[in-house]
Ligand binder design. Structure first.
Ligand SMILES: [Zn+2]
Length: 227
């Protein structure tokens, strides 16, 4: 009798786990998503680019992608305590066209705003609001500076490293490619994790439609159904 009860509980719990898994279709530039999961709006060391964007449902992703992102932030809380991270737009719960982005359609694309240091060297969230399109309109100069802020390449490299490691877990999603301003890649590769990142991640260097200096776009790898 006891074993039946346990089997029953296992069935219930595995059924629940299955229901929580998202299903993706197609590719980031032409796809959709079933059962997209909403990212937590904030945690101890991270926050969404905009409460309004989150409320409008623009921060959903595939369940495995969300698992990777949350695990990475938890790891960063231990490896680089005090560093503040902001994530940007991800996608809709059901995927599909997501203006103004050309991809972000099947739950596998995520924008991360660059971590920054202020004039006193403190890690602060990239300032975002209606006036600068939630950070997306910020332009960094060739020295990776904007007003009294500068890109924290060490924190960014730690984040990509944590995401890469989280993607190797069963519940996570591997990184497929990273899009980031090519002129800043040497600074990223000069960081402590730079050589590792250069060896293990693919950085798209071709011309892209948007200058990716205020955010880095990450496409994750999940096996998707055909469109
Ligand atoms: Zn993007």
């Amino acid at each position: 009798m006891k074993s039946w009860l346990i089997i029953g509980l296992l069935l219930v719990s595995s059924g629940y786990a299955y229901a929580a898994e998202s299903v993706c279709y197609g590719v980031p530039a032409n796809g959709r998503l079933k059962g997209g999961v909403k990212l937590p709006t904030r945690g101890r060391n991270f926050q969404a680019y905009s409460e309004a964007g989150a409320m409008l449902g623009r921060t959903h992703a595939h369940s495995q992608v969300v698992a990777s992102i949350v695990k990475a932030y938890a790891d960063l809380q231990r490896s680089v305590p005090g560093k503040q991270y902001v994530y940007g737009e991800t996608g809709l719960a059901e995927g599909g066209p997501f203006k103004p982005h050309k991809t972000h359609q099947n739950g596998l694309s995520v924008d991360f705003m660059v971590p920054v240091l202020d004039a006193r060297g403190r890690s602060v969230p990239l300032p975002g609001g209606v006036s600068n399109r939630y950070g997306y309109d910020i332009e960094f100069d060739k020295n990776a500076r904007y007003r009294d802020l500068r890109i924290d390449f060490e924190a960014m490299a730690e984040h990509l490293y944590a995401l890469h490691r989280a993607g190797q877990r069963d519940d996570g999603a591997k990184i497929d490619r990273v899009i980031f301003a090519p002129e800043f890649l040497p600074k990223l590769f000069a960081s402590r994790r730079g050589a590792y990142l250069r060896q293990h991640l693919e950085f798209t260097r071709g011309k892209v439609w948007w200058r990716h200096d205020e955010h880095y776009h990450v496409d994750f790898q999940v096996r998707c159904h055909r469109r």
